[in-house]
Design a protein around this ligand. Sequence first.
Ligand SMILES: [Zn+2]
Ligand SMILES: [Zn+2]
Length: 355
Amino acid sequence: MRSVLLALICGILAESVLAADPTASLRAVLLDAQQFDDVRAATLRLADFNAVVLRVDGSGESSRREIGRASATAQRHQLPCYFWIEVARCSALADMRPELMASLQGHPEWRRYFPKSTEPTDDEVVKTYPWVPIMSREGFDAQLARVTKLLDGLPTPAGLFLNDLQGAPSACGCGHPLCRWTTDYGPKRSTTKLGPDSAAQFVEAVSKATRVPRVIPVWATECEAHDKQTLCAGVGCYEGLCWKEFVKQLTPLAKRSEPLALLLPFREFERDLPIYPDHAGWIREAIELMQTQPARHRGTPIPPERLIAVLQGWDVSHREVMAQIAQAQLAGAGGFVVSQVPIDQSWEPRILKWK
Ligand SMILES: [Zn+2]
Ligand SMILES: [Zn+2]
């Protein structure tokens, strides 16, 4: 049934949106290995998709076997096979080493979502569960070891997407899911802070350790001016540090990585607002922000053709998938990945002793 539905969606896409794009740019679907078989591969081919991206999230024997099987299927159908690893949001690592998580300090506006969360004492800090960013020495090392282990023994993919190389959501404490410029907005630290080039360093380290030919960082934009009274709950972080720090982190990363992916699940990020044309219009705006914001903060604008738009294919209608692709193409994005698996971006506060 799913395949038939997909064939239907894809058929419409192939005729309407995709046919307009004669370039060999990436047009991929992100799936779990279990969802990918001969029928799905043939359907993707027919619908003019030109690659598959498989989520890699377990290093157990059975998941390894599934990835191996799915990679072989892709090869049989001459579909380049990429892998996708969720980096920062990792409950296994957060449970094992809670001190590596990002924290919620600074503004208390996030508490509107968690009114029962208690105030931390002096030797406690509120951590953003389960987010373990690579922006600290300890988080970086633990995540590098984890990513290397996840890929160990798997076939070499055409490329590797690394998602969430920034801080955790609600970084300044405002509660905005896209405020991600820091890991600890306050003095209570349980890790050693790295410089703004940590994402660039991480991509470099993963490339060296795994020898995957192309490591593609997946980046997210920050809050926007019109969010001030809504998602930022009155906090002036848009005109404050968000974009300034964003540009400091993006600049070295853009120097290191030619293709960059942009995480654009418009509904997951609460961006399906009536102010955006066709609801998915935020996607076009976000791609433009990658040019206008670096220009505002003495960085290098990222031309849209360097960006691979990561779109929301879960919990949306067929029409909304098409609207997202249309917006990405209108903005001039170099390619797109429609994720059929949910990319979970949720978080919750956890109190921890930090000393
Ligand atoms: Zn903020
Ligand atoms: Zn912000």
